[in-house]
Design a protein around this ligand. Structure first.
Ligand code: A2P
Length: 277
């Protein structure tokens, strides 16, 4: 298994986690149980994915002890007001059937709603009550993070952002690093769009006799990103987790760095303005 990554705070996470967006209902149970068997221990869900029930049921019946698993969910923008945030966290727990969640994130800053600081105070309270062990955010920009830290003195332990070779987020990663915040990557493979066919990445994969997803996931771990790939396929689940021994050289890393592009974002919304969700 890949080595762990530690934040400035008390949270240590595995180098690679498992994304669950798009896994729903009974079929999700088998996929998530399989992911545990494949070796994943960090799982990422969200209230809005409508799969907290499946994630909880799969992990409650998994063959590894609860304390070895790190289970994440996220607060939607429509529930940022304090009391709604608390009720939503409690509802997440009821849906998962778990006594606590390991990590709870504010899903988006939704700055137009203007309540993310209030939501953050609710997460701090939920952590004090033991409903969740660690708290963080997702899709937050430096301004949003600064506002949280100034208002509460509490630094998020994680910031989960869109991050892949076409959208490398260097400024945000530097900000996170400077504040001891773990950067997790959603859609680490660019959601299997053109990235998996990219000629530069294909060339690097051929050179090392590995697959393009392995090149990309190894790159994540080398730049200090914790990728959360999702795969329903057992062989691909294992393949995605088996990257620790891969040595990308300086030429490879320079070639990947050059793939970053201004229009590389997959999600067509900017966190600075995105309000739905
Ligand atoms: P599948 O579930 O059939 O494996 P992301 O995590 O960036 O959102 O990308 C997820 C997508 O990438 C899914 O469609 C998944 O399909 C696909 N995928 C994940 N791992 C691999 C892999 N090793 N090879 C090819 N496709 C993969």
């Amino acid at each position: 298994r890949a080595p762990a990554v530690t934040a400035g705070g008390s949270l240590t996470v595995p180098a690679i986690g498992f994304g669950t967006y798009g896994l729903n209902g009974l079929p999700a149970l088998d996929v998530i149980r399989q992911a545990v068997a494949s070796g994943y221990r960090l799982f990422d869900s969200a209230f809005n994915y409508e799969n907290e029930g499946a994630v909880g049921a799969a992990l409650r019946s998994a063959s590894v002890p609860r304390e070895e698993l790190l289970i994440t969910s996220k607060l939607p923008g429509r529930h940022h007001a304090h009391d709604e945030a608390i009720a939503t966290i409690e509802e997440s727990l009821l849906r998962t059937g778990l006594e606590y969640l390991d990590l709870y994130l504010i899903h988006w800053p939704n700055p137009g709603v203007g309540l993310y600081v209030e939501a953050w105070q609710a997460l701090i309270e939920a952590r004090e009550r033991g409903l969740v062990r660690h708290i963080g955010v997702s899709n937050f920009l430096p301004d949003h993070l600064t506002a949280l830290m100034e208002a509460t003195g509490v630094t998020p332990e994680v910031n989960q952002i869109e991050l892949h070779p076409y959208f490398q987020q260097e400024t945000q990663r530097a900000f996170d690093r400077e504040h001891g915040i773990i950067t997790e990557a959603w859609s680490p493979l660019g959601r299997a769009t053109d990235i998996l066919q990219d000629p530069v990445l294909t060339g690097i994969a051929h050179k090392h006799q590995i697959t393009v997803p392995q090149v990309v996931l190894r790159w994540h771990t080398l730049i200090g990103s914790v990728p959360l790939p999702k795969s329903a396929d057992p062989q691909r689940q294992v393949q995605n987790l088996t990257v620790a021994g891969i040595s990308l050289d300086e030429d490879d890393l320079a070639a990947i760095a050059a793939l970053d592009r201004p229009a590389g974002r997959i999600w067509d919304q900017d966190p600075a303005t995105y309000e739905e969700f």
